[in-house]
Design a protein around this ligand. Structure first.
Ligand code: ZN
Ligand code: ZN
Length: 387
């Protein structure tokens, strides 16, 4: 494996950069590549990068090492003067130690990086639980309380979750004195370093159980099913999710619980098309209703409502019923219900209807050569709903 040895390029600083600039450049990059701050998938690449920039920083911040590097390149810092150190053996814990040595004391860093204590708690945190909630449009309109049955784990009652027989509390691990870490001194070009890794005797937990609880085999949890109720607010959208902190699986041996995550799926409603908070309802009217006007009944998520169809209504006309759409989540108020009219043409006529229509055909006005009104309506509609 070839390693890049242009330390200046690695840190993105000029060859005559001062100590403050080098420190600043390194701090910024370290915040970006610190293994505790990247997604799991990027960890390996980030660790490699973190080692490289730390190596560059450690050489350039030291005037003697920097002078040697400037004169002889990397051979100047790898050679006899540096005790024959091979950078291939510069490991992650050394890099982390350098970082913590120079930056660990700054305010706010503990929150980002935590210590062994936080790492231990994270290992003991229970899993998140995920459920899918299926909602109807009426439930979206009004909000809903959904009941779900969960297969999960529960605290073991035999040991009160301690994992020890008869509730005996775990004892401090003798190998690591309860820190959960083993430290070993390592030599490197930069002097003595303490390398830190999880304690193999207690798997980093800092405690051990002498006699495991026979009911839970020392885990502190047993299988269980529980029924919980989830409050779904009105106005939610497809694929929204609700997170209920601490409602997931409890951690082993009284560790903190994970979260419960409810993913929402909303069933199609045959009556309405949904456009965000607005709804569209397609209303068929007869020719007589469209021509003469009529009072019709339309559905809304809040029950039926009356709508006045004006005389001379064309196919494509849209009536807006304010506030009968879906609630605006987190904003208050509701969207609108758009009633899209189309004139329904009968396919079967009774003799009486046929006679009336034949008479009408003799006296009716011919439609205009170009349907300007209808085209304008469809244009408005297309713009409003993108179709
Ligand atoms: Zn231990
Ligand atoms: Zn138990």
């Amino acid at each position: 494996m070839s390693r890049p040895y242009d330390y200046y390029a690695l840190l993105g600083v000029a060859r005559d950069a001062g100590e403050a600039d080098i420190k600043k450049a390194y701090r910024r990059l370290a915040m970006q590549y610190h293994p505790d701050r990247v997604a799991a998938a990027e960890k390996t690449a980030a660790e490699e990068k973190f080692k490289e920039i730390t190596e560059a920083y450690e050489v350039l911040r030291d005037p003697d090492k920097r002078a040697a590097y400037d004169r002889y390149g990397v051979a100047g810092v790898r050679g006899g003067a540096a005790g024959g150190f091979d950078f291939a053996h510069f490991d992650l814990s050394e890099a982390l130690n350098i970082f913590m040595r120079d930056f660990g004391g700054l305010g706010g860093f503990d929150a980002f990086f935590g210590g062994g204590e936080r790492a231990r708690r994270d290992r003991q945190r229970g899993q998140d639980l995920k459920v899918t909630l299926e909602l109807t449009l009426d439930e979206v309109a009004k909000g809903a309380v959904k009941t779900v049955r969960l297969r999960t784990l529960d605290r073991c009652t035999a040991c009160s979750g301690t994992g020890g027989q008869d509730g005996a509390r775990p004892t401090t691990c003798a190998a690591c004195s309860g820190t959960g870490e083993v430290r070993r001194a390592a030599r490197s070009i930069f002097g003595q370093f303490v390398s830190v890794s999880p304690c193999p005797s207690c798997a980093g937990e800092g405690t051990v159980i002498r006699q495991p609880c026979p009911k839970c085999q020392g885990d502190g949890r047993v299988r269980s099913e529980k029924t919980i109720q989830i409050d779904v607010p009105a106005g939610v959208q497809e694929h929204h999710y609700l997170t209920m902190r601490g409602q997931g699986v409890p951690g082993p041996r009284n560790g903190p619980p994970g979260d419960l995550i409810a993913v929402l799926e909303i069933a199609d409603d045959p009556r309405f098309e949904r456009h965000g908070d607005d709804l569209v309802y397609d209303l068929p009217v007869s020719f007589a209703q469209a021509a003469l006007g009529a009072e019709v009944v339309i559905p809304t998520p809040y029950g039926d409502a009356a709508l006045k169809v004006q005389p001379g209504t064309q196919t494509g006309a849209v009536y807006r019923v304010k506030g009968k759409g879906l609630p605006r989540l987190g904003e208050g108020g509701r969207g609108d219900l758009h009633v899209r009219v189309h004139v329904w043409t009968p396919t079967k006529l009774t003799p009486e209807q046929r006679a009336v229509l034949e008479r009408l055909a003799k006296v009716e006005t011919a439609p205009p050569a170009e349907d300007r009104v209808g085209r304008k309506l469809w244009e408005q509609l297309r713009q409003a709903f993108g179709r």
